[in-house]
Design a protein around this ligand. Sequence first.
Ligand SMILES: Cc1ncc(COP(=O)(O)O)c(C=O)c1O
Length: 452
Amino acid sequence: MRSFFDYESDDRIKSAKELLQDFIDEHQSYLDNSPLNSSTLLKSYSKLLKQYGNDRGGALFFPYLSAGISSDAKVRLADGSIKYDMINGIGVHPGHHLPLFFEATWRSLFVDTIMQGNLQQHYRSAFLANEFCKLSHMDHCFLTSSGAMATENALKMMFQKHAPAQRLLAFEHCFIGRTLGLASITDKALYRDGLPTTLTVDYVPFYNPKDPKSLEKSISTIQRYLTRYPNQYAGMCIELIQGEGGYNVGTKEYFNSLIQVLKDNGLCVFIDEIQTFGRTESLFAHHYFELSGKIDILTVGKLSQVCATMFKTNYKPNPGLVSQTFTSSTTAIEAALLLLEELSTKPYYGPNGIIAQIHRHFVKHFKRLQKKYKSTISGPFGHGGMIACTLFDGDRDKTMQFLKTLYKNGVIAFVCGQSPTRIRMIPPIMVCSNDVIDSVMDIFEQSLQESL
Ligand SMILES: Cc1ncc(COP(=O)(O)O)c(C=O)c1O
């Protein structure tokens, strides 16, 4: 069921839609045929950047302000330049100006409000929550507008069920968000600098592929804590692939054994898939790691457009525990529905799916560069639509400088990890063809040569 009223069959609507699509196509073909980096409005652009930096209380990391119509993997900035976007606002966009999102924006024109919310539920939210439940095999789904909010809601559900337990387990170098609560869990000193500690967290070493005793060490750390603080733990927060932490990937065996220990001790298993959603060889990372049925709470965000906390019935919150004014925007809800349909029905997943192919093509390039530039480059790291490499032994300053050179030359990427600091890409999965990857990696190599 698309709508309670049939706007699609009205001839005026049909021709308006065609005219709009024509206009966008025309502008996109201009973009497709333009060279990268033709900056034209430097003076006014610099002024705007400076003003914005001042207004928001801090300069932007990249001089990036997008404008107008972009196309697939290429984004047009307000200075007229065109770049390949391999970071996508950290993994939010499956591509720029995709027909899928044109459709979502179009559909939202026929909805009465811009935002949906707790007391402003549109019937499409009901469809979306149900889709998330069906696809994840979780019992319930609470929609929300940011990853941090989804995760806060997850923690509330966990603590309420396990009250009065107040401690948490989490992996070293994890990232789970930046609210006052989440900054106590996210394992990065800079992000909690000057903040009060709001949660008591004990850290467990993450899987280390180079250490044959990695699983043993993680489990013995958990057991040590459980013995030291009996009955005080509510659960463990788990990223199956550490995003901000450096694109570190666990294994099926590692997670299954570790989660068994949590289950044996009656702890809540909370999986944060905010960065990994849609980017592993399964739609949900916990399906890829064969953890179906073993987890209690799950969060998704970023690529899903609308964020969500999914949970088993025994974690159902008491009335009043979770709520908020905004669920998300009407367009985001339409986009999420279309995106879930596309991802769950087209050949994105599996060992030979689009996601795996994207990864393999990047790996091919990184291996080629490794042969040529030897120890300057190591890796690649990550999985599926999350790929990283270490340059210059992970030296932070040199890596940051490389990132800026890469940006100047026409590719937007970012860093992850602390020591080593890595370069990461989180590409637009719906438009990341081999040709796009080839062009991006040519620029990557050119930038590497400039940085040597
Ligand atoms: C694993 C993970 N959890 C939670 C968050 C927080 O999401 P948001 O930035 O939408 O609040 C992020 C954001 O990068 C993330 O990567």
